[in-house]
Design a protein around this ligand. Structure first.
Ligand code: NDP
Length: 305
């Protein structure tokens, strides 16, 4: 048996299309344009690429994009003042502060300054609490994308055994909460977990968010399980040759040994082209949701948890 490969790129394009449809209705029927503000402090090259992609996709779905690029030496006070202005601006429905922030800035303080209703990353402590207590919240984008793919793949998740490998605040923990919300029996595994292969072997749903290339072995997977690989790891790829400076070329791989797992699983996300593209699509989905909530309108179906 060979697993179905879940096409995250195509799925993300569908999500963006749904978002664009809602944006167009909000504009036509209510005269409202959802707006997303992205704040970048400093010149981290990877963050600059992310912010550029976010801005581009925001505009493509018809929303307003507000980019605030601040120098690395921006003080914490200046950043907090900017957030206060964005919080008060009715044209802005979503605010995202690109992480990591420079070391002189208290990340937690900054995130918790964002109005929770505009916190489209879902990292504000109020949203963490709302998610944990089953209330309406803003849900972190990567786990939301994983949940959408799982629901699409499996239909109802009720009663399934799920294992989430990784317990970070941005992926593992919210992912586990979402699966619990959909009535899975959830195990959260981490670096101290004993007998991980056996834990994984029981699971109908495996979400790997570890940050170690090929860590989850194919022989751990239960036949027919759905495997969602969140990991993004860059490894050397000597088969691709060398760069102009003589260094070995690289490629991206996930946390799952894809070649092994694809022989056993029922469905699996590839890396790249699986979970990755869903993250920005879900950021856009969260912005539309925030905009609808702010205006007392029905939330878009299929774009929230
Ligand atoms: P963290 O480093 O914050 O968390 C990694 C988790 O893996 C920790 O909870 C850690 O356990 C656990 N872990 C480490 N080693 C083992 C082990 N040997 N056995 C079991 N568990 C282990 O990473 P993130 O959650 O931020 O990210 C995980 C991966 O997902 C990374 O590759 C990252 O690049 C990727 N990612 C992808 C995104 C996307 O858009 N697709 C978005 C965000 C992340 P412990 O807590 O005990 O240390």
């Amino acid at each position: 048996m060979t697993a179905q490969i879940i096409d995250g790129k195509a799925f993300a394009a569908e999500v963006r299309e749904k978002v664009a449809g809602h944006v167009s209705r909000l504009k036509q029927e209510h005269g409202i344009t959802p707006g997303l503000a992205v704040v970048l402090v400093g010149e981290d090259p990877a963050s600059q690429v992310y912010v550029r992609n976010k801005g581009k996709q925001t505009i493509e779905v018809g929303m307003s994009s507000f980019e605030h690029k601040l120098p690395a030496e921006t003080s914490q006070e200046e950043l907090l003042e900017l957030l206060d202005r964005l919080n008060a601006d009715p044209q802005i429905h979503g605010i995202l502060v690109q992480l990591p922030l420079p070391s002189h800035v208290d990340e937690e303080l900054v995130i918790n300054r964002i109005d929770p209703d505009k916190d489209v990353d879902g990292f504000h402590i109020s949203n963490v609490g709302r998610l944990a207590t089953g209330q309406k919240s803003m849900v972190p984008c990567t786990p939301l994308g994983c949940l959408m793919m799982l629901r699409d793949q499996r239909g109802s998740l009720s009663g399934l055994d799920a294992v989430v490998i990784g317990r970070s605040n941005i992926v593992g923990k919210p992912m586990a909460q979402l699966l619990l919300g959909d009535s899975c029996t959830v195990t959260i595994a981490h670096s101290r977990t004993r007998g991980l292969p056996e834990v994984v072997r029981r699971a109908d749903v495996v979400v790997a968010a570890v940050g170690r290339p090929g860590f989850v072995r194919g022989e751990w997977i239960k036949p027919g399980a759905t495997v969602i690989d969140v990991g993004i790891n860059r490894i050397e790829a000597p088969e691709k040759g060398t760069n102009d400076d003589g260094s070995v070329k690289t490629r991206l791989v996930g946390d799952v040994d894809f070649d092994g797992a694809v022989q056993v699983a029922g469905a699996i996300t590839p890396v790249p082209g699986g979970v990755g593209p869903m993250t920005i699509a879900c950021l856009l989905a969260n912005t539309v949701t925030a905009c609808c909530r702010a205006n007392g309108l029905d939330e878009p179906e299929g774009l929230t948890a």
